[in-house]
Ligand binder design. Structure first.
Ligand SMILES: Nc1ncnc2c1ncn2[C@@H]1O[C@H](COP(=O)(O)OP(=O)(O)OP(=O)(O)O)[C@@H](O)[C@H]1O
Length: 118
């Protein structure tokens, strides 16, 4: 269904977010962490650059989680049987989430060091 209006496409995206949040515990965990980061930013009121850095870090983790969920949903539907290549695809998607999470932790640590050093 190409050429849908913006409001309808926004509705599809929000539906996807709701569906993924309902079915993926790790996404709910990351959304909780994102809320925690937002709270810290609101409390500490750092320079705008930190809002950008931490906002991007959190956004990339959530994006990786959502792509991971989309891939798992698609694979499980198209190929429900066990297969080494299916396992590899899922492992690679999980690796993307892991790397994004490590990068976000590094950004968080740099922020903490910056806060503590004044
Ligand atoms: N159909 C399959 N064929 C081969 N290996 C699979 C298959 N499904 C899952 N696996 C292996 O099991 C691991 C976990 O798969 P699963 O679908 O439970 O992902 P998950 O990330 O643990 O799921 P969730 O995010 O829902 O907790 C995969 O990373 C893969 O190594």
């Amino acid at each position: 269904m190409k050429g849908q209006g913006f409001t309808r496409r926004l509705g599809f995206a929000l539906q996807g977010l709701k569906r993924a949040t309902g079915s993926e515990r790790s996404l709910r965990t990351h959304l909780g962490a994102a809320a925690g980061v937002l709270l810290v930013l609101l409390l500490t009121q750092p320079a705008p650059l930190w809002w950008a850095v931490l906002g991007l870090a959190v956004g990339i983790v959530l994006m990786a989680e959502l792509f991971n969920s989309a891939l798992e949903t698609l694979i499980d539907h198209v190929h429900p049987e066990h297969h080494p290549e299916v396992g590899a695809a899922k492992d690679i998607a999980a690796a993307a989430v892991l790397l994004a999470s490590i990068a976000a932790v590094v950004a968080g640590l740099a922020f903490a060091v910056d806060c503590l050093s004044g």
